[in-house]
Ligand binder design. Structure first.
Ligand SMILES: Cc1cc2nc3c(=O)[nH]c(=O)nc-3n(C[C@H](O)[C@H](O)[C@H](O)COP(=O)(O)OP(=O)(O)OC[C@H]3O[C@@H](n4cnc5c(N)ncnc54)[C@H](O)[C@@H]3O)c2cc1C
Length: 213
């Protein structure tokens, strides 16, 4: 015959065991970082195996368009303008003499964009353009001129005027300068940087709005 205290103890222990088992079965709680190997395990939004995905750099580059149709014409145009700005600025800052790795990166970028561009119907058209005119990546000039020509193909299809690619440099002069990333100075901007002019944005020079009191 067991005492009331022992019975209560056993019931509580069993309940805790049951609760623990249920928690382990729930996907997110099966996610943990192995302190020895650094491996990340689990489910529920966390990669099951970070070491095997993606299996190769090229995986995911080719395939169908991912996003649905973008019905809103205003959103489509705004997205288009912003994206062209990004792409042209990117090719105009691309290395003059890229390495094989840099060339592969640019090539992958355009192919991934043609799958993931948020306007599905635009992405489908862009995929066809890439098939007909594969990205030129051998130099800054070739990449920038290629993109200009492809943009002109889109312009033509949409009934927009042709852009003169001789004006690329003037149109996309971002004023960024060509300082190598490795030697770029880290901005101080700390509380003790008494010379910093906090009334203006450090990069753009635009006046800042004062918050608080
Ligand atoms: C990859 C991609 C595919 C798209 N496909 C579609 C589509 O299928 N259907 C659709 O409705 N819209 C599509 N768009 C959006 C469309 O191209 C325009 O961005 C949008 O219609 C707004 O046009 P816009 O007249 O303001 O000038 P944009 O074409 O957006 O150009 C912005 C600015 O870039 C400059 N520019 C123009 N042509 C060139 C060029 N050849 N080279 C360099 N600079 C140039 C001009 O200064 C122009 O004002 C696509 C956009 C992208 C990025």
């Amino acid at each position: 015959m067991i005492s009331r205290f022992s019975r209560a103890f056993l019931v509580i222990t069993f309940a805790l065991f049951l609760l623990g088992s249920l928690m382990l079965l729930h996907p997110p709680s099966r996610t943990y970082l192995d302190p020895w190997t650094g491996d990340l395990f689990g489910e529920g939004g966390v990669e099951k195996d970070l070491h095997t995905f993606p299996a190769s750099a090229a995986e995911g580059m080719h395939g169908n368009v991912i996003m649905p149709k973008l019905g809103n014409a205003t959103a489509k145009a705004e997205l288009g303008r912003a994206t062209w700005k990004l792409l042209h600025t990117m090719t105009l800052r691309y290395p003059e003499e890229p390495t094989d790795d840099e060339r592969a990166a640019l090539n992958s970028y355009f192919h991934l964009l043609s799958r993931l561009y948020p306007c599905g119907e635009c992405a489908a058209e862009f995929q066809q353009l890439l098939q007909k005119y594969p990205p030129q990546t051998s130099s800054r000039r070739s990449a920038a001129t290629w993109l200009c020509a492809v943009h002109n193909k889109v312009n033509e299809r949409l009934g927009k005027p042709e852009f003169d690619c001789a004006n690329l440099d003037a149109t996309y002069d971002c004023g960024c300068g060509d300082e190598p990333v490795s030697t770029a100075k880290t901005p101080s901007n700390g509380p003790m940087d008494l010379e910093a002019d906090l009334s203006k944005d450090r990069v753009t020079g635009v006046g800042m709005i004062k918050g608080g009191r």
